[in-house]
Design a binder for this molecule. Structure first.
Ligand SMILES: [Zn+2]
Length: 297
């Protein structure tokens, strides 16, 4: 067992119930790239801002054009071993709540039960005028119908289901409007510059108050909506453990910070708590050797 895994297992042994705060880093292995590099800098272009989306048709064209191309990559992404390890930790009754900053629903697809999608979910779309709700996949079919010229594109998606598309392509995009009222549709996500609903924040704060520690997985915590829970945990005197391959905004608040192979360390530590079925299970049994025979008891 590596030193990092040992340290993390010690924390799991010392503190019982954990609040997990997850970010884009944990979905990278599912083919959904992260927003920021290891130093916290933006990768490629800055994501769309809430106010731009609301006020400018050109920004909505750009969003839906890119989203139309990027959505299938998010829709078809599958949970990876990190999501599955989170679910296993939850099944051991060691998780009070999973707060995810991701909008990809991969925790739920991995079988996790107690998840709050802090920044919403990409698989739903809402009308800003009448409140009607749509499945994102239904909107996708309408977008493809309205924009047949773009249906063949295949590019790399980003965490918000956005993707790169040229300005010339964007200018020809026809957004899909609400079928009930003709109003403006918006994905059910909190864009940068947008506000997380107060009730959602309060549910997270209550869960944190009832947990023994905060575990951050794969987030640089640059966005305040996530960072606030580190401040709260610190104020409550709860240990903060951060596993992220890069600097984070809360590094100086952390009781334990693991950077190298951070997420593999998490999976290995959960393995120590709950060996997965199969050959690995033998490792947790007491091995009794007598001559050439080995038995497991
Ligand atoms: Zn409407």
């Amino acid at each position: 067992m590596s030193k990092s895994v040992e340290h993390l297992v010690e924390y799991f042994q010392r503190y019982d119930r954990w609040l997990l705060l997850t970010g884009a880093g944990i979905s990278a292995n599912s083919g959904i790239p992260t927003y920021r590099d290891a130093r916290g800098n933006w990768l490629r272009v800055t994501p769309i801002q809430h106010q731009e989306f609301i006020s400018q048709l050109s920004k909505r064209r750009r969003y839906w054009g890119r989203s139309m191309v990027g959505w299938p990559g998010v829709r078809d992404a599958r949970p990876n071993p990190i999501h599955l390890a989170v679910t296993r930790l939850e099944s051991l009754n060691r998780v009070g709540l999973i707060i995810t900053q991701n909008v990809d629903r991969l925790h739920q697809r991995a079988g996790s039960q107690q998840v709050i999608d802090l920044h919403g979910r990409l698989d739903r779309v809402c009308c800003l005028d009448c409140g009607a709700g749509y499945e994102r996949e239904y909107v996708q079919q309408q977008l493809l119908r309205l924009n047949p010229q773009h249906s063949g594109f295949s590019v790399q998606p980003r965490p918000d289901g956005d993707a790169d598309l040229s300005d010339a392509d964007v200018a020809t995009i026809r957004p899909f409007d609400c079928e009930a009222c003709g109003g403006m549709l918006m994905p059910d996500v909190v864009f940068f510059g947008g506000t997380v609903p107060r009730s959602r924040v309060e549910a997270c704060e209550q869960a944190l108050a009832a947990c023994d520690g905060l575990l951050v997985l794969g987030s640089s915590l640059q966005v305040y909506s996530g960072f606030r829970f580190c401040k709260q945990a610190h104020a409550l005197g709860k240990p903060i453990v951060i596993l992220n391959e890069g600097i984070t905004r809360a590094d100086d608040l952390a009781a334990l910070k693991i950077t190298d192979h951070a997420l593999e360390t998490f999976v290995d530590a959960v393995d120590q708590l709950s060996p997965i079925a199969g050959p690995k299970e033998l490792a947790c049994l007491t091995r009794v050797s007598s001559g050439s025979d080995t038995t497991y008891v």
